[in-house]
Design a protein around this ligand. Structure first.
Ligand SMILES: NC(=O)c1ccc[n+]([C@@H]2O[C@H](COP(=O)([O-])OP(=O)(O)OC[C@H]3O[C@@H](n4cnc5c(N)ncnc54)[C@H](O)[C@@H]3O)[C@@H](O)[C@H]2O)c1
Length: 307
């Protein structure tokens, strides 16, 4: 079985960035992994996008292509850059080829045990000097790094969804992260054209902590019958100039991810303001996960159909 669309031998071309580019290995080819792969490829990095099986890895690569197509339609990316970026993305199954990369970005589900185990395996396979980063949106970096032989190597690099459209990256050094690793991660994020804000390593960092409360509070209002989901979304868009209502945003994020984040905040702070609304749990149990499953608070024509 072929497990790769190889781009190891891509032509370097005249782009000066190409001659010094490090390979990026992205772990988890879901919403975020595919977006991060597209962003890195666009910046000139060769990328390996990995998932647990071929179907998921290829679905991620397709999603990355659709994100690039969408950026061309929006006039943000030229056709030539899109073509070049496409050729830089290869797919892989499992972590076997992690040794080919100088930057490893993990974007697997928001689950502490899974991320700890993944980084244990990544550390075994990765080059000694490779930068190790997690895209967790809420889990303490220090806890994710806990089982590493060298926990000083791991840093939080939190991208936003959709990655190609969102200019922010949150940089989170764990308690054990070495300062030079944090600085390298900052330079890497800036090389992607992102603006970096730094946060201390507390659950949910700066951004997710408040966002999770907004989504949860909206879910509680719907659960209590305060208003319809459409009216709640309209109220936040027109009343506060939010580009998306909280339910539209929850569907974009993924309800499983939103729920996992609330549980992380609850575990981390033991404050009732992070108590997840039962409606969220019910929807997740029913596998109504938002856009990625075709239905969440709203219904969507086909999973992942929107570029
Ligand atoms: N969705 C968002 O808006 C958003 C924004 C910022 C950060 N994040 C964070 O990014 C991470 C990924 O979130 P997502 O929304 O892309 O999730 P997702 O469910 O869309 O994708 C997760 C991917 O990881 C794969 N996976 C599962 N187990 C794996 C393993 N052992 N090894 C490799 N891959 C594995 C899954 O098959 C899936 O393709 C989470 O930590 C999440 O909190 C999400």
């Amino acid at each position: 079985m072929s497990d790769a669309t190889r781009a190891d031998d891509i032509a370097v071309g005249s782009d000066p960035r190409q001659s010094v580019q490090r390979r990026v290995f992205v772990v988890g080819a879901g919403i975020m992994g595919s977006g991060i792969a597209a962003q890195c490829a666009l910046a000139g990095y060769p990328v390996t996008l990995e998932d647990v099986n071929e179907e998921f890895a290829r679905r991620g690569a397709d999603h990355a292509e659709r994100a690039l197509d969408h950026a061309v339609r929006r006039g943000k990316v030229s056709e030539a850059d899109r073509q070049a970026a496409r050729t830089r993305i290869e797919v892989a199954i499992g972590l076997r080829r992690v040794d080919s990369a100088q930057v490893v970005i993990e974007a697997a589900p928001e689950n502490l045990a899974m991320k700890r185990e993944l980084f244990r395996q990544i550390e075994e396979g990765a080059q000694a000097g490779a930068l190790l980063a997690t895209n967790t949106s809420s889990l303490p970096i220090t806890s994710i790094a806990q089982d590493l032989k060298d926990p000083g190597r791991l840093v939080g690099l939190h991208f936003f969804n959709p990655v190609l459209q969102m200019p922010l990256v949150e940089l989170i050094p764990g308690h054990t992260t070495r300062p030079e690793v944090t600085e390298e991660a900052r330079r890497f994020a800036e090389s992607l054209g992102k603006t970096v804000v730094a946060s201390r390593d507390t659950p949910g960092f700066v951004t997710t902590r408040a966002l999770a409360v907004l989504i949860n509070e909206a879910a509680w209002m719907l659960y209590e019958g305060v208003a319809t989901k459409e009216d709640i979304d309209t109220a936040y868009k027109l009343g506060f100039h939010h580009p998306m209502g909280p339910f539209e945003l929850a569907d974009l994020v993924g309800l499983d991810t939103a729920l996992a984040i609330l549980d992380v905040l609850w575990d981390g702070f033991r404050d009732s303001k992070y108590r997840a609304c039962p409606l969220l749990r019910t929807l997740v149990a029913a596998r109504k996960l938002g856009r990625k499953s075709g239905e969440g608070f709203y219904r969507y024509p086909a999973p992942g159909a929107s570029g």
